[in-house]
Design a protein around this ligand. Structure first.
Ligand code: XMP
Length: 509
């Protein structure tokens, strides 16, 4: 495996993903992990990420200098390079002309790191400091017009530095450089694949739970479905899944989960129909945060009650992903302390008293999807758009009622059907219908109508932090609109949302 030391870079996760794309397992760790601990972990290589600091700042994050004496290959990227070089005696200074964006790199030494790449290539730079004087210990491998040491290697040790970012798309040969570092310099075999993860995780799960019983909350989303499928494969006889129908689901959702898990996987699945209690508690509530709170609490009540009926349940499985783990870890004191806090926000409280089983906690979302495919989950489920925990309640603006939900459900189903029909679903990060809390005037036949308005929201996004509205062929939008107005009783107008995030959010509430 390879360790990525995180110096606060927005790119640390991206580096980790790029490494895994080279079929090398990789973990993000704190920047100040002691060298003794690194030695115990015995990685094949270490990558130091970029970061917003300057090495000469007094509070700049540093790594244990002992890291460079372990004989393990090191690649410093941007700030990571500056830190590496300055720790080993080179001079780092602010540059007169800061470099942001594309730069032309000229390779002067086609040593192992630059093997197989052209002499001149485009790279992505983003720095205000750079390594100026390399003393006798480093050799420059490449330069740009303003950066004489855009890539360096140590004369005697397997230590490399890149001032530019090989992990971003804008560095077209970046993947090749990472490949060279991992395979040529570190000697990684590149055997890490999702199939091997599946085998290893299956035996790890069996060991972790022994003969204990595991409960898994199934929502129908990708993460919980893959978790449940993986557990079914590993310990099917000891698994009970709970699916809570909160009455805020999309059309057909409950049946799909039922067919997939009870029907296909033969999982012990309990479907709890709690829609009445959810809708009762939501009646007349129109504040979005209040709705979320009610739904969150009611979910815990219902889940707890059902879980109590499962004898000798000891473990609770959750679909926590690696980005959640990293986020909890870097924001707080350390991973272990803050992961719990994270669960309390989105999921079930720790007081339920179970030991946690989190089989996906080392994976990124795209890896979870591949795992889902390897486990035999259907494409439709594996590539499902995210669906918020509070479900249709936050897409039924204003107060929620059975009638309004049914209107929304119908319109949303038509929208999804058309997106699938036109092969557009996979192009969107998320797409859904929203029922607005206003009435609009229309005309049908000889009479005027005063009916509901449906908004269509479709976005393209990679991380859901920023998003652009999706451009859909007007003919397709037109067809969706016509179908909704003709087929959904009580709707006389359809609008299309053309707002980006930020400043708008993806959801309307
Ligand atoms: P926004 O609307 O903030 O959404 O741009 C970003 C992503 O988060 C989802 N979302 C939620 N998920 N509970 C959830 O589990 C919520 O309360 C919630 N609110 C928004 C949203 O669907 C999008 O994927």
């Amino acid at each position: 495996k390879v360790l990525v030391l995180d110096f606060g870079s927005q790119y640390a996760q991206l580096i980790a993903r790029r490494v895994r794309e080279q079929h090398v397992f990789c973990e993000i760790v704190r920047h100040d992990l002691p060298a003794s601990r690194v030695r115990e972990l015995a990685p094949m290589g270490i990558i130091l990420s970029g970061g917003p600091s300057s090495v000469y700042d007094s509070d700049a994050p540093r790594c244990d200098p002992g890291l460079f004496d372990l004989g393990i290959p090191v690649l410093g990227i941007c700030y990571g390079m500056q830190l590496t070089c300055s720790t080993l005696g080179a001079d780092v200074k602010p540059v007169e002309e800061r470099e942001f964006g594309r730069a032309e790199l000229h390779v002067v030494d086609q040593d192992s790191l630059f093997g197989g790449v052209p002499e001149d290539m485009t790279v992505w730079m983003s720095h205000g400091d750079q390594v100026q004087g390399i003393n006798g210990d480093f050799i420059a491998l490449a330069r740009t017009a303003t950066c004489p040491n855009a890539a360096v290697r140590h004369r005697t040790r397997p230590i490399f530095g890149l001032q530019f970012h090989p992990e971003v798309h804008h560095t077209p040969y970046g993947a090749k450089l990472l490949h060279n570092f991992l395979h040529e310099c570190c000697g990684c075999s590149g055997a890490w694949k999702i199939d091997s993860f599946l085998e290893e995780e299956t035996s790890r799960l069996r060991k972790q739970v022994g003969t204990g019983r595991v409960i898994c909350g199934l929502s129908g989303g990708v993460d919980s479905s893959v978790t449940a499928a993986l557990l079914t494969r590993a310990i099917s006889d000891q698994l009970t899944c709970i699916f809570v129908d909160n009455g805020l689901l999309r059309r057909g959702e409950r049946d799909q989960v039922d067919q997939m898990f009870r029907g296909h996987f033969k999982t012990d699945l309990r479907v709890v129909d709690a829609s009445e209690i959810f809708l009762q508690r939501l009646a007349g509530v129109d504040d979005p945060q209040k709705k979320r709170e009610i739904i969150g609490h009611t979910f815990i009540d219902v889940f707890r009650k059902e879980a109590e009926t499962i004898e000798d349940a000891r473990f609770l499985a959750q679909g926590t992903l690696y980005p959640d783990v990293i986020e909890s870890g870097t924001k707080g004191d350390g991973p272990a302390a803050t992961i719990k806090a994270h669960h309390n926000v989105g999921g079930l409280p720790a007081e339920l008293g179970f030991d946690l089983v989190e089989p996906l906690r080392d994976l990124f979302k795209d890896e979870v999807r591949r795992l889902g495919e390897a486990l035999g989950l259907p494409e439709q489920l594996v590539w499902r758009h995210p669906f918020p925990g509070p479900g249709l309640a936050v897409r039924c603006l204003g107060s929620v009622s059975d009638d309004r939900l049914e209107t929304l459900r119908h319109a949303d189903a038509i929208f999804m059907e058309e997106l699938h029909q036109h092969d557009l679903y996979r192009e969107m990060g998320q797409a859904f219908a929203v029922l607005l809390p206003v009435r609009s005037v229309g005309v049908m036949g000889d009479g005027r109508t005063y009916e509901h308005v449906i908004a269509l929201r479709a976005v393209t996004t990679t991380d859901f932090m920023t998003a652009d509205w999706a451009v859909i062929d007007p003919a397709v939008v037109g067809k969706i609109s016509t179908r909704i107005i003709n087929e959904v009783r009580g709707v006389n107008r359809v609008v299309y949302d053309v707002s980006t995030k930020p400043p708008a959010t993806i959801e309307w509430e």
